[in-house]
Design a protein around this ligand. Structure first.
Ligand code: F6R
Length: 241
């Protein structure tokens, strides 16, 4: 794993945006795997700014997001569909039909997940997969477990993830209890992986991901086995190194 030190959140965001824009400039029809959450917002803002200056175009890019809450419609403000449109897609020149997020509005978990796997496979898997990391080492919604997950599947969210994500809802009770997520095996199919992390609350997870044993107890640790995994993290997130 290649670890790139950033000074702070803004520096992490610019470095991540540089890597993503280089990917798109070198291969305009790149397949990007994307993440939601707080961490990537700065990188998306930077990419939007460069797009508006005319430095990078997403006209031929297609995207596949990691995950979506089960039971939320696409236009509900807490859904990841909505988040991606608000934070990124509506401000760049990507074709809406080229953007993909698991269909949380489909109550048939098996059908929704199988359809998403089919789409990601047909696209040839991401050239570059952007990932955040949970405080407990989760990637996507793949929580600590006794085995690594494979394809897209429906998960029960842990109390710690519900608590961490409740900041975007009126109360923890409103946070959906389940989500559809790409599996660890699917994530590992990406040709390159970019993990971003900021803040001292991520320090233990970042340390375990990079230096701990490869174990499903820390799902992100499997990235040690990926041939092209880059971590861009700020000083606080790297404070245990
Ligand atoms: C989001 C996702 C999650 C987040 C992780 C970190 O699509 O898959 O794994 O990346 O929970 O979230 P933030 O960035 O909010 O700390």
């Amino acid at each position: 794993m290649r670890i790139i030190h950033a000074k702070n959140y803004d520096d992490m965001s610019r470095k991540a945006a540089n890597i993503i824009s280089a990917q798109v400039i070198l291969k305009p029809d790149s397949v990007l795997g994307l993440a939601t959450g707080t961490t990537p917002i700065g990188a998306y803002q930077q990419l939007i700014a460069w797009h508006q200056k005319g430095d990078v175009s997403f006209a031929e890019v297609s995207t596949y997001n990691l995950d979506e809450y089960r039971g939320l419609k696409h236009d509900e403000p807490q859904s990841y569909h909505y988040f991606m449109n608000e934070q990124f897609f509506s401000s760049i020149d990507i074709k809406p039909a080229h953007t993909h997020v698991p269909d949380g509005s489909n109550p048939d978990a098996e059908a929704a997940c199988a359809e998403y796997d089919r789409l990601v496979e047909a696209a040839g898997y991401p050239d570059l997969q952007l990932l955040g990391i949970g405080n407990n080492g989760h990637i996507g919604f793949n929580e600590p477990d006794s085995v690594f997950s494979k394809g897209t599947h429906c998960v029960d969210l842990t109390e710690s993830t519900i608590e961490a994500n409740s900041r975007l809802f009126n109360s923890p009770d409103e946070v959906p209890r389940q989500a559809y997520t790409m599996g660890v095996q699917t994530i590992m199919q990406a040709r390159s992986i970019l993990v971003i992390a900021s803040g001292s609350n991520k320090a233990q997870a970042v340390f375990d991901m990079c230096k701990g044993p490869v174990t499903p107890a820390c799902p992100a640790s499997i990235l040690q086995l990926h041939p092209h995994a880059i971590v861009v993290a700020d000083e606080d997130a790297l404070s245990l190194f």
